[in-house]
Design a binder for this molecule. Sequence first.
Ligand SMILES: C[S@@+](CC[C@H](N)C(=O)[O-])C[C@H]1O[C@@H](n2cnc3c(N)ncnc32)[C@H](O)[C@@H]1O
Length: 212
Amino acid sequence: MRNVWEPSVYYSLGKESFCFAGHEISIRESMDTYGALIWPGAVALCQFLENNQQQVNLMDKAVLEIGAGTGLLSIVASLLGAWVTATDLPEILPNLTFNLLRNTKGRSRYTPQVATLTWGQDLDRDFPSPSYHYDYVLAADVVYPHQCLDELLETMHHFCRPGSGTTLLWANKVRFQSDLRFTESFKSHFNTTLLCELPQQEVRIYTATAKE
Ligand SMILES: C[S@@+](CC[C@H](N)C(=O)[O-])C[C@H]1O[C@@H](n2cnc3c(N)ncnc32)[C@H](O)[C@@H]1O
């Protein structure tokens, strides 16, 4: 039988209750993996989406989140009216599904979907375009020292192609030189605008569309 990942330690690191889009949101975290913790980029992008609903109107929009982790950002997008697919590595999905269902059931316009998406892997097979077209792709704190930065950029590019009309929203805490190198590469692939900078949290939020 497939081993279903369950957090072994339920441990509150920082805040696990939030209020966004008029709802109390309760997130189950764990110490087990990066994907079971809430990262500052997710909180910053949730705040941005809540405060800028005219600029980024998610009502009835198709939204994909990559590296969704605990699901906080997907929950907020869902509560703001989007049809959301939250994706991550397979071992993250049980906790992600748990958090999504517990916080959106009976509250959101569309039931959020959950899917495995390993950056750079089988994208044409599992998410062929144009069948899988999204208005927005969300990404929070997906850039940190890991071995898959090229695959991450390839994934962003897969969903945000020239002429697709897809907008990418990427929030990240700037931690290392490698983050700045990724940002340069990101800017060379996409038309990029810095939407917001939070100096205290050292988080930057970018919006991007594909270069023609
Ligand atoms: C630092 S956590 C951020 C989680 C969440 N977005 C947040 O901000 O709270 C990075 C996320 O990317 C996911 N991730 C890392 N490598 C990945 C890969 N190769 N393919 C897909 N997801 C990956 C992790 O499982 C984790 O959920």
